[in-house]
Design a binder for this molecule. Structure first.
Ligand code: AMP
Length: 296
């Protein structure tokens, strides 16, 4: 496995591979890797000749009040995991390599960044869109892989790639969960044992909502209120939002039985903020196709 800290060295390595007609898959991460990240790697290795993974805790996507300084950093373990997973190249730039002094160009995806996470983290997606643009420009992958776990992030990146004519396909990969249903996340290490148990609430809410929609519940407001009621019974959980939205536009839906609806949830358990989501598919409606955007 090759490791690169310099953009120029990574570019030189990839240029040679491209000349040899190798296809390149790319998995951007902030490290503290887990099986969710590794499922993106597996997908890339299945689709592409070469897999590049980046490890970069991007300061621009954290607000000053958020957990940038204590975000888990486990470089040795990450290198072991990527090497075991047969990643071809790891890109781990220093902050100055990505944001040199004088940096002043930002990418904003105006509408899709506004609702849901955007309401609670107003500068987050500008940070995400900017770093992903830079990484895609550096790596120039055939396909870049993103988790469904961060569904809104996927939509923001998909829109940005289309709007800016970035010549990479963007592939969504299903959320990987712990045995009890908690979505894997680098932030799960913050949870105390009691909080970890309470965190299964998210997956319980998804289960309740999926069942209700399959049983024919037509009304998003009724379902939302019922989910909020279940949530209020968990003393360790504090609600950020429960939303039932269209999976392409993220706008609230008016019915639940016409097509698939995206349920998206954010809660705080103690100091830890957790998000999760699922597509709710009514009986008789086919599952939406897995999402991949083709370069135009
Ligand atoms: P992060 O390191 O949190 O920025 O995540 C890097 C990539 O891994 C993003 O595309 C995430 O959506 C994806 N990811 C994180 N957790 C999971 C999970 N449990 N299952 C699948 N993908 C995930």
């Amino acid at each position: 496995m090759r490791t690169f800290q310099q953009i120029s060295a990574l570019r030189a390595y990839l240029r040679n591979l491209r000349q040899d007609k190798k296809t390149i898959g790319f998995v951007p991460t902030m490290g503290a890797l887990h099986a969710g990240h590794l499922s993106l790697v597996q997908r890339s290795k299945g689709d592409c000749d070469i897999t590049v993974l980046s490890l970069f805790v991007n300061p621009a996507q954290f607000a000053p009040t958020e957990d940038l300084s204590k975000y888990p950093r486990e470089l040795n373990r990450d290198m072991q995991l990527t090497s075991n997973a047969d990643v071809d190249a790891v890109f781990l730039p220093e902050i100055e390599e990505m944001y040199p002094s004088g940096f002043q160009t930002w990418v904003g995806v105006t509408e899709l960044s506004k609702p849901l996470e955007g309401e609670h983290r107003p500068t987050h997606y500008q940070g995400v869109a900017t770093i992903v643009t830079k990484l895609l420009n550096i790596v120039q992958p055939d396909i870049a892989y993103f988790g469904q776990k961060d569904y809104q992030q996927f939509l923001v990146v998909e829109r940005m790639v289309r709007d800016l004519n970035i010549p990479s396909a963007i592939q969504m990969v299903a959320t990987v969960r712990e045995a009890d249903g908690l979505a894997m996340s680098s932030r799960n290490v913050y949870l105390s044992p009691e909080e970890r148990t309470a965190a299964t609430l998210l997956n319980r809410l998804i289960g309740i909502a999926s069942e209700r929609v399959q049983q024919g519940e037509p009304n998003p407001l009724t379902l939302k209120q019922d989910l909020e009621r279940v949530m209020s019974q968990e003393p360790l959980a504090e609600l950020d939002y429960v939303a039932l939205v269209h999976p392409d536009t993220l706008q609230p839906v008016t019915g639940l039985q016409e097509e698939a609806t995206l349920l998206t949830l954010a809660i705080k358990i103690g100091k830890t903020r957790l998000i999760d989501n699922a597509l709710l598919v009514p009986e008789g409606i086919p599952l939406p196709r897995p999402r991949i955007s083709k370069p135009i």
